[in-house]
Design a protein. Sequence first.
Lengths: 589, 294
Amino acid sequence: MVDVTPADAVPPAEVGEMELYHPHSWWTKYVFSQDAKVIAVQYSITATAIGLVALVLSWLMRLQLGFPGTFDFITPEAYYQFITMHGMIMVIYLLTALFLGGFGNYLIPLMVGARDMVFPYVNMLSYWIYLLAVLVLVSGFFAPGGPTGAGWTLYPPQAIMSGTPGGQDWGIILMLSSLILFIIGFTMGGLNYVVTVLQGRTRGMTLMRLPLTVWGIFTATVMALLAFPALFVACVMMLLDRVLGTSFFMPAIVEMGEQLQHNGGSPILFQHLFWFFGHPEVYIVALPAFGIVSDLISTHARKNIFGYRMMVWAIIAIGALSFVVWAHHMYVSGMHPYFGFFFATTTLIIAIPTAIKVYNWVLTLWRGDIHLTIPMLFALAFIVTFVNGGLTGLFLGNVVVDVPLSDTMFVVAHFHMVMGVAPILVIFGAIYHWYPKVTGRMLNEALGRFHFWVTFLGAYLIFFPMHYLGLMGIPRRYAELTDMNVMTESAHHLNSFISIMAFVVGFAQMVFLFNLIWSIRHGREAGGNPWRATTLEWQTPETPPAHGNFGKELPIVYRWAYDYSVPGAKEDFIPQNVPGSFAPSREPA
Amino acid sequence: MAIALVLVLIVVGSVLFHLLSPWWWTPIASNWDYIDNTIIISFWITGVVFSAVVLFMAYCVFRFRHREGNRAAYEPENRRLESWLTIVTAVGVTALLVPGLFVWSRFVNVPSEAADVEVIGQQWQWSFRLPGKDGKLGTSDTRDVTADNPLGVAPKDPNGQDDVVVEAADLHLPVGKPVKVLLRSIDVLHDFYIPEFRAKMDMIPGSVTYFWFTPTRTGTFQVLCAELCGQGHPLMHGVVVVDTEQDYLAWLGQQQTFAQLSAPKQTGSANAPSGKTMASGLDVAAKLEPVEAR
């Protein structure tokens, strides 16, 4: 390994400064803004607002499951509408939008040392189309027949038939339309994130000097640009089946004694399209979380991330492999059983790069100087829940083990742990970490610790025992858990306990929201770099950064993002834009 | 500091919960104890990994927590360690995958002596069809479904005439004989699932799917639908009774064939199908009625 003197790696400027569109009025500064940071806040607020709807829906579901027969207004019809909207909102409109539209927009330009996204106008359009998609989604609640109750997977034929809420009303049409809009909006944003990372980096910011946050968001965006088109065509085709009576996914069907007009379509084709999108989607949510949590751990443990290059390659390997595992969601779908051999093998292979990431996170803690700040606490909680959820994934990915567990509460517990709780803990950690940069003030520490403990322990108590309900054979997506032999008295008690915990955890989120609003005015002043971090967003001349991010001159990058506790250096961190002459930067060559 | 203690408690609590809690699988009633064994292997391997990672974290947090004057080590990478961890992980994953695929190959390869039984799902009830004396099921088509032919058995197919049709009633199976379950739906996706048998498979309108099992003890088992099929989904229960050979034959003798059912109706109902104990689709619809009226 040859040590490169950092200054050598800084090429001369090739591209001139780009012209930014500076706002001329309040409207163009705060509403129709082309500043990625404003767009990021808009994305985040919208995603949080719709996420609150999903939280309330989860409470309603838990009321029904925990206290069956007590709440008359939660009919089976309503219950299925709740689960469908909850799932779709959480996966697409909250997690995808917040990680890519929110964190992506805020952090990519700042972290790579760019003034803004490469196409600011398209970036602005991306948000407004996303907002429209959210409004169309929400309008389902007010449409005749209510929103669709087809489950977030929207499997045909039932999704467009009358036995399913919204199937022959407006619900499914609005859902499909909203998804189509979301994908259009996302594509506009996504192209921006990719091009900005590839073309907008400042001098000296080589790809192997990018913070892992950027690597995670970048790879997830590339995946999303490849995966969402599959969902797009599936939505268009199902919309045609529903509105024009075509038969892409509809075979001959007898519904309640009546022969329908459809013939010759394939329901399982939809499942392949859906999961060709749906599985990469899991990693579209997970990879930004992986990247962000790496940076949180490194910064708050005051230690370089362990095995940076391995981490980058693991992100890329996971991204690539996630496109060849989709049918592990379909082991009991009736597809050709020999597919099981292939998809179980690819699925379990993904465990290897994923495990490497986990090892490197905990090895970063080893011989660190661990500051137990709130972002660090959330990062530690993430590792626990992610390892737990990842390991139960080895059950479900191992085709024959999936047979008894598929479509049971075990699956619900697994995916909530691994792609619900785990990424959301990272989001919380990231908000506590970057809120000072966005607002200039710290979030309240006491409220934050309360929020952390209740959320982490509460969520674990909800989802860990839930696996065992599934092991008992209790199916998921049951609006009523009555008259079932597997549903014992004690299982009912466990369900009530889980429901109570769901309310407790939900309450803690209200405290968090209060903290977010209260601290804007009353939080402690943060200064420019409260965590003493190395990455470029903490080196801006102003906090919050102004439009254009870096004042007169763009920073020049001399080192990787992880020069913490470098031997011989005075401080325990060296920012990326500090020339390397006085300290040996032992970044991997 | 509290976090280090909590991490240890999470490991201890999770392990104790696993060992001591009353929530565990229902006693098995089929040959798929292979699957149960694979789950046990998975619990062991994943449990060890989970405990090791979280306890290691707890130790790090305790040992390397910030104190005045501390400084972290500087170690960007360690090739040897990273390679070793990769190899160990690969071994662990292989230990899970190999038994899993071995059992899967048993699951998908149906023994030649297995008897065919057809299960037909529709919103929201289960029906069944058994081959008659010729041992063959007649062909079927959703477009042949009528009020008199609810399962869509091809009316002209000679193989189908002696098929035993069990519409919206209990299925009986003889104990100890392998069964190949052929799955069919006439409307939406369903999934034929009996927790005690450990096996399940979706049924897809327009296709025939399958799985096989051997019932290993007599008893009455509840069928659940495990694929969301509309608002009656949680009420789509059925019953499979595993009988001794003698009881099974007695039950079989009381059933009607397709030819008998499609013959012109006689007055009186001397031959009404027996054993209608389960909720039929109409019962479920009646139960949902007030829901829709609200």
